[in-house]
Design a protein around this ligand. Structure first.
Ligand code: FES
Length: 430
């Protein structure tokens, strides 16, 4: 990284102003930020100044600072920190940025820089004799798969050879830069394999082969070798310490003093402040657990090293139970409940419905529902508003049953099972 300073005063213009087109863009950019935060537009404004002048002049820095009511030094700091800003005059027809990072270097970026040295100037950041061209070495520009490459203005020129770069430079010098093809300079399609496709070349045959795959067991030599599949210990640290202290039990049966328990369950001032800010109520009682946000299918990451869907289902169940009462509730716990609204209980059937298919019902809540004689979707689907309120109060849910639409979910499951649930809700039940 070289020291980045403003160009010498001799080349600095006396003044700067955005032209009409750029001034309109400036207004658009400033309007994107909230009132009082307009200074956040400093980088886009400096970029617009650079696009207009070719480089960022001292006058442009001061002009942008005045527009955004910023001290000059603050804008100078930004302009000198980011290497995207050119602080010296560059070629009027092209400033060529040659990527010199490892993939491009391994694929010949040094030779490209030699071309720039011979055709433009020996040193980067110097213009050629006519002032039309300049060049610099930059870090990775994100087109490594098409290495080596250069960037001119906002376009990339990839899969370059020294000969092809020389032609491109000539075209820009002649003022015909806009006629040069951008992207890969070979006949490859963007970043497709340079030597042509090697797999999935014929979709029809692939599908045919997959469907016709024999169900016979694979030959012995292809069967996985159990011993070979053992996880590797190669990276395991050499230590005699046990992986887990066997003395530790989970959950811990260590008795804590009532004072410690009380202190641990008491909300911190921060928790209280957050709770006041949020519409979602905290669950009362010792746990004071906040309901976790439950991930949707779309949010479940996939791929190696990521959580599996099974893991997400477990998370979902845990989240559903997060508000469940720590101990099984009794009517005595909620004396305000009118027992006349209690849903009619039924005897446990031989095969109760899987109430956990209802989003919002975890194993713990299912257990509580069973304890009050609720075993089927049909029962929940038939709950009246009063009955819902009774169960909600019993579970101390503060409206969660309606928020999660248990009745509609249960109705769909009772009427048509999973298929009807998908039709109504557009997703699978858990
Ligand atoms: S290394 Fe050159 S584009 Fe990434």
């Amino acid at each position: 990284m070289s020291v980045r300073r403003l160009a010498e005063p001799a080349v600095q213009p006396a003044a700067f102003a955005f032209d009409q087109t750029k001034a309109a863009e400036v207004r658009t950019w400033i309007a994107k930020y909230p009132k009082g935060r307009e200074q956040s537009a400093v980088i886009p404004l400096l970029m617009l100044a650079q696009e207009q002048e070719g480089w960022v002049t001292k006058a442009a820095i001061e002009h942008v600072a005045d527009m955004l009511a910023m001290p000059y030094i603050r804008v100078l700091e930004v302009a000198t920190f980011y290497t995207q800003f050119q602080l010296k005059p560059v070629g009027t027809r092209a400033h060529i940025q040659v990527c010199g990072t490892t993939p491009c270097m391994l694929r010949g970026s040094e030779e490209l820089m030699d071309v720039c040295r011979s055709k433009i100037h020996h040193d980067q950041f110097h213009t050629n004799a006519d002032g039309t061209l300049s060049w610099e070495e930059v870090e990775c520009l994100g087109a490594c798969v098409n290495a080596p490459m250069v960037m001119i203005f906002k376009d990339t020129y990839e899969d370059l050879t020294p000969e092809r770069l020389a032609v491109i430079i000539d075209e820009f010098e002649a003022g015909r830069g806009d006629t040069v093809k951008t992207g890969p300079q070979t006949d490859r399609w963007f970043s497709a394999p340079a030597s042509g496709f090697t797999a999935l070349k014929d979709e029809k045959n692939v599908l045919k082969a997959t469907r016709a795959a024999p169900s016979a067991p694979p030959p012995a030599e292809l069967k996985p070798d159990a011993a070979a599949s053992e996880p590797s210990n190669a990276a395991r640290p050499k230590t005699d310490a046990p992986v887990t202290n066997p003395a530790l039990k989970s959950p811990s049966d260590v008795k804590v003093s009532p004072e410690v328990e009380k202190a641990a369950s008491a909300p911190t001032p921060k928790e209280d402040a957050v709770a006041a800010d949020r519409s979602e109520p905290l669950v009362e009682g010792a746990s004071r657990k906040r309901r976790s946000r439950t991930p949707s299918d779309a949010e479940v990451p996939s791929g190696e090293g990521m959580k599996t869907k099974a893991g997400a289902a477990e998370q979902q169940a845990a989240a559903d139970d997060a508000d469940a009462p720590a101990t099984e509730p009794t009517v005595a716990d909620a004396p305000s409940l009118d027992d006349r609204n209690r849903p009619i209980a039924m005897a446990r059937p031989a095969a109760p419905d899987q109430l956990q298919m209802i989003s919002g019902v975890g194993p713990k809540i299912e257990g509580v529902l069973h304890s009050i004689g609720i075993f089927t979707f049909a029962q929940i689907a038939a709950w009246t508003a009063e009955e819902r309120a009774w169960v909600d109060g019993y579970l101390r849910f503060r409206g969660r049953i309606d928020r999660e639409n248990w009745v509609a979910q249960a109705k769909a499951l009772a009427e048509g099972g999973e298929e009807e649930y998908i039709r109504v809700f557009g997703r699978k039940p858990r």
